[in-house]
Design a protein around this ligand. Structure first.
Ligand SMILES: [Zn+2]
Length: 597
């Protein structure tokens, strides 16, 4: 039975490049999961976009002497480039700076208001006379009222690590011009999380059986320890989505409030692009549909608590406000398989210190599948992990090249050379041939189950273990000796091995899409396993934005055992992976921490 599945992927802030920690934290697991669901015949869409608004972008614009729009567009373009090169198959990767996202976010706001889930309150905030505007928390620095550190930021103290209430800073100064701001009262809308708490708690209890323990701890555990309190959803800032209420000009929706709404607005934009404007209902209103949120652990409260609260609070009215058709309930997250963090050579990744392996920089020297392979074998699914350059080289050489790449290349070359470039005709399969095929074919169950449960490391280890089994089978059968005495026996062995390799190609395709696609061609298939990624520019009242799209095209890959026809013409194969030299370990380590300009 085909199921509707939404892969909702974390929205990167458009103020920085993307490093391997971000990739393995959320983007890559989403892609592996989504590619598997496509092969398995489910109706899956994978959506996300650039988080274009908020102070992270305006602060960067000030630092680069640029505008928020220019900053967002620059980093957005770099995301599109990286995702294409890494094969992250978003059905739509868009942005929060679109007319559609503005309308969807404002509709959620109005639906919450109509359901009585918003209230207003006046609070003191720092006002800059020189700039004649309120200063966001990140724009104010001063002395920490907890530890006395003199360079604390308004939102957080880097010395004691506490989150701060900006209005309590001692000796405050504007980060922009150093002037002293003044506290003034300003009015804001708040999301009434106290009122929504019962709905959120019920939602979490329903998912207790299958959610990751760390996600439950940071959601249900936190609420049980401390009741939810109202949270401001508007702020005094001009870069963002206007508050859709008269008299509130000059204020915007807080970026945390509107960015998560992107999961909904991106599905809606996807449907519009495909000229089936209501198609998003299949993922958001069908109660059997499942949504998976791929995020890092720093984002758990927003996705496991606040986003479900927003959705519950908007129920009934969202559809009416957005498209004049009300009464329906929006789907709450089915799973939030948040990952822990990846460190780098034993230290926390830090972009500002350039202690990072940057995605695009990496791909200027290496191929995408070895990166995907290393990041999945080392994915922080249950605990923090570490990127280690020596480990990267070892796994590439000992596993990708020695276990899998050589197996595929050796057998394809052998068949190509000795059977006129064709898949050999086997004699009757022997017990050991049937046994190895059965072993590999069982992988469609075991690997599939692991991926469905978002245990991607186990899934990949299992697929590689099956490749090891095929190697053992070949070591024993030794067709390169058989062929000298009995070519028909050798043909049976080679046919069996090629069929096992053809199955392994599918089992590995969600993880290693580029090399699986090449292997698929070498095996003589004419239609590709997967579709293609493409970009296009879209226009609306806010200007233009570029999007990334996965187009299925002639994609023919299926999650099922090989039916490789004997006699099928092969294509002269090339090695799938290259062996890496140990000397690169020191070269790469020497790049770390060196500030690039
Ligand atoms: Zn402090």
């Amino acid at each position: 039975m085909s199921r509707n599945i939404l892969s909702a992927v974390a929205w990167p802030y458009a103020n920085s490049h993307i490093h391997v920690g971000n990739i393995t934290g959320s983007y890559l697991p989403a892609d592996v999961f989504t590619r598997y669901q496509r092969l398995a015949g489910n109706r899956v869409i994978m959506v996300s976009g650039s988080d274009a608004h908020g102070t992270p972008v305006t602060v960067r614009a000030d630092a680069e002497n640029s505008t928020p729009l220019e900053v967002y567009q620059k980093y957005h373009a770099s995301f599109l480039e990286l995702f294409q090169k890494l094969g992250l198959s978003y059905d739509l990767f868009t942005s929060t700076h679109t007319e559609n996202h503005f309308k969807v976010s404002q509709s959620i706001f109005l639906a919450l208001q109509k359901n009585g889930c918003l209230y207003t309150e006046r609070e003191p905030q720092w006002y800059s006379h020189s700039q004649r505007r309120y200063l966001p928390d990140r724009y104010v620095e001063g002395t920490c009222y907890i530890c006395g550190y003199t360079n604390a930021r308004g939102d957080q103290c880097d010395s004691c690590g506490n989150l701060l209430d900006a209005s309590q800073l001692i000796d405050p100064r504007s980060k922009i011009d150093g002037s002293t701001p003044e506290l003034r009262d300003t009015e804001h809308f708040y999301l009434d999380l106290g009122k929504l708490q019962p709905a959120v708690v019920e939602f979490l209890h329903q998912r207790e059986d299958y959610w990751r323990p760390n996600v439950l701890r940071q959601s249900l555990g936190q609420i049980e320890a401390n009741a939810l309190r109202g949270r401001a959803i508007t702020r005094d800032l001009d870069w963002g989505i206007p508050v859709p209420v008269e008299g509130w000009e000059g204020k915007c929706l807080y970026v945390w409030f509107e960015a998560v709404i992107g999961y909904l607005s991106a599905a809606i934009e996807w449907a519009q692009i495909n000229e089936k404007p209501e198609a998003w209902h299949d993922w958001w209103y069908d109660p059997e549909a499942r949504s998976y949120y791929f995020i890092g652990k720093d984002n758990i409260p927003f996705h496991a608590v606040i986003w479900p609260a927003q959705l519950s609070g908007a129920d009934g009215y969202f559809g009416e406000i957005f498209e004049g058709e009300g009464g329906k309930l929006l789907n709450l997250p089915y799973d939030v398989p948040a990952n822990e963090f990846m460190n780098l050579e034993g230290q926390k990744i830090s972009g500002s210190r350039n202690w990072a392996v940057w995605g695009l920089d990496f791909l200027s020297r290496y191929d995408p599948d070895p990166l995907r392979y290393y990041l999945i074998t080392n994915m922080p699914e249950s605990k923090d992990t570490d990127w280690d350059w020596q480990d990267f080289v070892n796994r590439n050489n000992n596993e990708l090249v020695a276990t899998w790449g050589n197996l595929a290349n050796r057998m394809l070359s052998f068949a190509f050379r000795n059977w006129d470039g064709k898949v050999p005709n086997p004699g009757e399969l022997r017990a050991e041939d049937k046994e190895i095929l059965a072993t590999v074919e069982k992988g469609f169950e075991t690997v599939g189950e692991h991926i469905n449960a978002v245990r991607l490391r186990f899934a990949l280890f299992e697929a590689i273990r099956l490749a090891t089994e095929v190697n053992k089978y070949l070591d024993k059968a030794a067709p390169w000796f058989e062929i000298k005495t009995d070519k028909e026996e050798a043909a049976t062995t080679v046919y069996t091995a090629l069929r096992a390799i053809d199955s392994l190609k599918i089992l590995l395709a969600p993880f290693l899409p580029f090399t699986s696609e090449r292997l698929h061609r070498y095996l003589g298939y004419s239609e590709p396993l997967f579709g293609e990624l493409t970009t296009e520019v879209r226009h609306d009242s806010l200007g233009e934005h570029e999007v990334l799209r996965y187009l299925p095209g002639q994609a023919s890959g299926k999650w099922q055992p090989s039916q490789l026809p004997a006699g099928q013409a092969l294509v002269q194969p090339e090695p799938l992976f290259r062996k890496l030299d140990d000397s690169l370990v020191e070269e790469e380590r020497a790049r770390l921490g060196v500030t690039q300009k």
